[in-house]
Write a protein that binds this ligand. Structure first.
Ligand code: HEC
Length: 100
Protein backbone atom coordinates (compact mmCIF):
# COMPACT_ATOMS: atom_id res chain seq x y z
CA UNK A 1 0.00 0.00 0.00
CA UNK A 2 2.75 2.40 1.01
CA UNK A 3 4.61 1.54 -2.16
CA UNK A 4 1.52 2.23 -4.27
CA UNK A 5 1.07 5.64 -2.73
CA UNK A 6 4.75 6.42 -3.22
CA UNK A 7 4.61 5.36 -6.87
CA UNK A 8 1.50 7.44 -7.36
CA UNK A 9 3.16 10.50 -5.84
CA UNK A 10 6.25 10.07 -7.98
CA UNK A 11 4.10 9.69 -11.09
CA UNK A 12 2.09 12.78 -10.25
CA UNK A 13 5.21 14.86 -9.57
CA UNK A 14 6.93 13.72 -12.75
CA UNK A 15 3.85 14.44 -14.83
CA UNK A 16 3.41 17.91 -13.40
CA UNK A 17 7.03 18.76 -14.21
CA UNK A 18 6.45 17.67 -17.79
CA UNK A 19 3.26 19.73 -18.00
CA UNK A 20 5.00 22.74 -16.50
CA UNK A 21 7.82 22.83 -18.99
CA UNK A 22 5.38 22.18 -21.80
CA UNK A 23 3.19 25.09 -20.75
CA UNK A 24 6.28 27.30 -20.34
CA UNK A 25 7.28 26.38 -23.86
CA UNK A 26 3.87 27.53 -25.20
CA UNK A 27 5.25 31.07 -24.87
CA UNK A 28 8.12 30.18 -27.18
CA UNK A 29 6.20 28.22 -29.80
CA UNK A 30 4.88 31.31 -31.58
CA UNK A 31 8.37 32.09 -32.83
CA UNK A 32 10.29 28.83 -32.49
CA UNK A 33 7.49 26.47 -33.61
CA UNK A 34 5.53 23.88 -31.61
CA UNK A 35 8.43 21.46 -31.88
CA UNK A 36 11.33 23.93 -32.10
CA UNK A 37 11.39 23.36 -35.84
CA UNK A 38 11.08 27.00 -36.91
CA UNK A 39 13.76 29.65 -37.26
CA UNK A 40 12.45 32.46 -35.01
CA UNK A 41 11.88 35.64 -37.03
CA UNK A 42 13.87 33.90 -39.77
CA UNK A 43 17.16 34.46 -37.93
CA UNK A 44 17.56 31.96 -35.09
CA UNK A 45 18.93 28.45 -35.25
CA UNK A 46 16.46 25.54 -35.01
CA UNK A 47 16.40 24.72 -31.31
CA UNK A 48 14.72 21.26 -31.37
CA UNK A 49 16.88 18.67 -29.65
CA UNK A 50 19.50 21.23 -28.72
CA UNK A 51 21.79 20.25 -25.81
CA UNK A 52 20.17 21.34 -22.54
CA UNK A 53 23.36 22.89 -21.12
CA UNK A 54 23.77 25.03 -24.22
CA UNK A 55 20.17 26.24 -23.91
CA UNK A 56 20.62 27.07 -20.21
CA UNK A 57 23.72 29.13 -21.01
CA UNK A 58 21.96 30.92 -23.88
CA UNK A 59 18.73 31.70 -21.99
CA UNK A 60 20.67 32.92 -18.95
CA UNK A 61 22.80 35.14 -21.18
CA UNK A 62 19.70 36.55 -22.90
CA UNK A 63 18.16 37.23 -19.49
CA UNK A 64 21.31 39.10 -18.41
CA UNK A 65 21.43 41.02 -21.69
CA UNK A 66 24.72 39.34 -22.61
CA UNK A 67 23.69 37.53 -25.79
CA UNK A 68 22.76 39.17 -29.05
CA UNK A 69 23.62 36.73 -31.82
CA UNK A 70 21.70 38.32 -34.67
CA UNK A 71 20.94 41.78 -33.29
CA UNK A 72 17.60 40.63 -31.83
CA UNK A 73 18.81 39.68 -28.36
CA UNK A 74 16.44 42.19 -26.76
CA UNK A 75 13.46 40.25 -28.10
CA UNK A 76 14.74 37.13 -26.33
CA UNK A 77 15.58 39.12 -23.22
CA UNK A 78 11.87 40.04 -22.91
CA UNK A 79 10.87 36.38 -23.33
CA UNK A 80 13.03 35.11 -20.48
CA UNK A 81 13.08 38.16 -18.16
CA UNK A 82 10.63 36.68 -15.65
CA UNK A 83 11.85 33.06 -15.79
CA UNK A 84 13.57 31.55 -12.76
CA UNK A 85 16.67 29.36 -12.98
CA UNK A 86 14.38 26.34 -12.47
CA UNK A 87 12.08 27.46 -15.28
CA UNK A 88 15.08 27.85 -17.58
CA UNK A 89 16.37 24.38 -16.65
CA UNK A 90 12.90 22.84 -17.24
CA UNK A 91 12.60 24.56 -20.60
CA UNK A 92 16.08 23.43 -21.61
CA UNK A 93 15.20 19.80 -20.82
CA UNK A 94 11.96 20.11 -22.74
CA UNK A 95 13.70 21.57 -25.79
CA UNK A 96 16.36 18.83 -25.66
CA UNK A 97 13.54 16.24 -25.75
CA UNK A 98 12.04 17.68 -28.97
CA UNK A 99 12.85 15.66 -32.11
CA UNK A 100 15.09 17.38 -34.65
C1 HEC B 1 8.95 37.02 -30.43
C2 HEC B 1 9.65 35.86 -30.96
C3 HEC B 1 10.37 34.94 -29.97
C4 HEC B 1 9.83 34.28 -28.88
C5 HEC B 1 8.39 34.30 -28.39
C6 HEC B 1 10.92 33.50 -28.32
N1 HEC B 1 12.05 33.66 -29.04
FE1 HEC B 1 13.83 32.68 -28.76
N2 HEC B 1 14.66 33.79 -30.25
C7 HEC B 1 14.03 34.77 -30.98
C8 HEC B 1 15.00 35.51 -31.76
C9 HEC B 1 14.71 36.65 -32.71
C10 HEC B 1 16.26 34.93 -31.47
C11 HEC B 1 17.65 35.40 -31.96
C12 HEC B 1 18.10 36.52 -30.96
C13 HEC B 1 19.52 37.04 -31.20
O1 HEC B 1 19.71 37.94 -32.02
O2 HEC B 1 20.45 36.52 -30.53
C14 HEC B 1 16.01 33.83 -30.53
C15 HEC B 1 16.98 32.97 -30.06
C16 HEC B 1 16.75 31.90 -29.22
C17 HEC B 1 17.71 30.89 -28.86
C18 HEC B 1 19.12 30.79 -29.42
C19 HEC B 1 19.02 30.17 -30.82
C20 HEC B 1 20.27 30.32 -31.64
O3 HEC B 1 20.17 30.84 -32.76
O4 HEC B 1 21.35 29.91 -31.18
C21 HEC B 1 17.09 30.05 -27.97
C22 HEC B 1 17.70 28.81 -27.32
C23 HEC B 1 15.76 30.54 -27.78
N3 HEC B 1 15.57 31.65 -28.55
C24 HEC B 1 14.83 29.98 -26.94
C25 HEC B 1 13.58 30.54 -26.66
C26 HEC B 1 12.72 30.10 -25.61
C27 HEC B 1 13.02 28.95 -24.66
C28 HEC B 1 11.60 30.88 -25.65
C29 HEC B 1 10.40 30.88 -24.70
C30 HEC B 1 10.68 31.18 -23.33
C31 HEC B 1 11.77 31.80 -26.76
N4 HEC B 1 12.99 31.58 -27.32
C32 HEC B 1 10.80 32.71 -27.18
C33 HEC B 1 12.67 35.02 -31.00
C34 HEC B 1 11.77 34.55 -30.06
Amino acid sequence: MKKTILTLLITLTTNSIATDSQSLYKNCAGCHGDKGETSALLVSALIAGQDANKTILQLTAYKNGELNKYGLGNIMKMQVATLSEDDIADLAEYIASLKK
